[in-house]
Design a protein around this ligand. Structure first.
Ligand SMILES: Nc1nc2c(ncn2[C@@H]2O[C@H](COP(=O)(O)OP(=O)(O)OP(=O)(O)O)[C@@H](O)[C@H]2O)c(=O)[nH]1
Length: 295
C-alpha cells in the first residue's frame, strides 16, 4: 500500500469554519470554535491518521490586514504555517457574500508557490436555488483549480474533500507518531478551552479583550483529579463586572463550562479556580503575549 504524508494549511478569513473542519476531521477538539471572528490566535497543528495517509493540518488564525501587535503576531504565524504546506485549503464562508476579506486572502495565498483548493464552506446555510450561482461567483472571481462545496458542521461532502486532498500529498513514510493528535501542550489546550467559554458566555460584551493564563496545573494522584488555577486578563477595570456577572453568576458559568470541557480533554475530573486581573493594553504588550504563548 502506498503511503502518503504531508502538511495542509487551513487558511481563510476569520470565521470561515477552519477550526470546525479540523475538529470534525480529527474527531477530537484540538482547536477552539466560536461565532466570533479571530477565535484562533496562533497556529495549531492537528494530525489526521488514516490507514495509508497521515496529514498534518495547520489551523491558522483567520487572515486579515494587520493593525496592532497581536495582529502582526498572527500574520507572522500565518506566514510560517502556510510556507511549510504541500497544499492550502482556502476556506470561504458562503453564507455571506464574497468580500474584500476573501480577495485579500486569495491575493496573499496566490503569492506562494503552493497548490490551493478553494473550499466553499457552510453550504448547509445556502438555499438550494442559490447553490450554483454561489459557486459560479467564486469560480469567476478566483478561477480555482478545484472548488469543493462542503459543510464542516453537518459533514456533507467532507469525505469527498478528504479523498481529493490526499492526492496532493507526497508519497513517503509517515512523519508523525501514530498516537500524535496535536503539537499543542496540554496546558495551552486548557488555556484555550477556558477562553472558548469566555467567548461563548460573554457574547458581544467582551469581544477580544480577554486572555487566559494557566498559573497552576497539578494532578492529585490520590483523588485522581486535576487541580488547575487560571487567570483571566482583561484590559479595563470596567470589564471586571462583565466577567464576574451579577453576584458572580458569569464567572461561575465560565468555570463550570470550562471544567466540563477540561474533564473531556483530560479524561479525569477537574477542579478549576479562576481569578480575574486587569492588564491594560495587553494586546500591544509583546512580553505579555509571549507569556501566554502568543508570540
Ligand atoms: N452552519 C454552519 N456553521 C458553521 C460551519 N462551519 C463553521 N460554522 C460556524 O462558524 C463559526 C466559526 O467557525 P470556526 O471554526 O471557529 O471558524 P474559523 O475559520 O476557525 O475562525 P477563526 O478562528 O476566526 O479564524 C462557528 O460558530 C461555527 O459553528 C458550517 O459548515 N455550517
Amino acid at each position: 500500500m502506498t503511503k502518503r504524508c504531508g502538511y495542509i494549511a487551513l487558511a481563510g478569513r476569520p470565521n470561515a469554519g477552519k477550526s470546525t473542519f479540523l475538529n470534525a476531521v480529527l474527531g477530537e477538539k484540538v482547536s477552539i470554535v466560536s461565532d466570533k471572528p479571530q477565535t484562533t490566535r496562533n497556529r495549531i497543528l492537528g494530525v489526521y491518521h488514516g490507514d495509508d495517509l497521515q496529514i498534518g493540518f495547520f489551523d491558522l488564525p483567520g487572515i486579515h490586514k494587520p493593525n496592532h501587535a497581536m495582529n502582526r503576531v498572527m500574520m507572522r504565524l500565518v506566514n510560517q504555517g502556510v510556507g511549510d504546506a504541500d497544499l492550502i485549503l482556502h476556506f470561504i464562508d458562503v453564507s455571506v457574500p464574497l468580500g474584500s476579506g476573501d480577495r485579500f486572502v486569495h491575493e496573499m495565498l496566490g503569492k506562494l508557490d503552493i497548490p490551493i483548493i478553494v473550499v466553499a464552506n457552510k453550504m448547509d446555510l445556502v438555499n438550494k436555488s442559490k447553490v450554483l450561482p454561489t459557486l459560479d461567483t467564486i469560480h469567476k472571481e478566483f478561477q480555482p483549480k478545484e472548488l469543493i462545496p462542503i459543510s464542516a458542521k453537518t459533514g456533507d461532502n467532507r469525505d469527498h474533500l478528504m479523498s481529493i486532498i490526499a492526492s496532493y500529498l507526497p508519497e513517503g513514510e509517515f512523519l508523525f507518531q501514530d498516537d500524535m493528535l496535536t503539537d499543542q501542550p496540554i496546558r495551552f489546550m486548557a488555556q484555550e478551552l477556558i477562553r472558548e467559554k469566555i467567548l461563548h458566555y460573554t457574547r458581544e460584551e467582551l469581544p477580544h479583550a480577554a486572555a487566559v493564563a494557566i498559573e497552576s496545573f497539578q494532578y492529585d494522584e490520590a483523588r485522581e483529579t486535576y487541580e488547575i488555577g487560571a487567570v483571566i486578563y482583561i484590559e479595563k477595570a470596567s470589564q471586571r463586572r462583565i466577567v464576574l456577572g451579577q453576584q458572580g453568576s458569569m464567572i461561575s458559568k465560565i468555570r463550570r463550562g470550562a471544567q466540563r470541557s477540561l474533564h473531556e480533554l483530560l479524561k479525569k475530573p477537574v477542579e478549576l479556580d479562576l481569578f480575574v486581573k486587569v492588564s491594560e493594553n495587553w494586546r500591544n504588550n509583546d512580553r505579555f503575549l509571549g507569556e501566554i504563548n502568543l508570540k
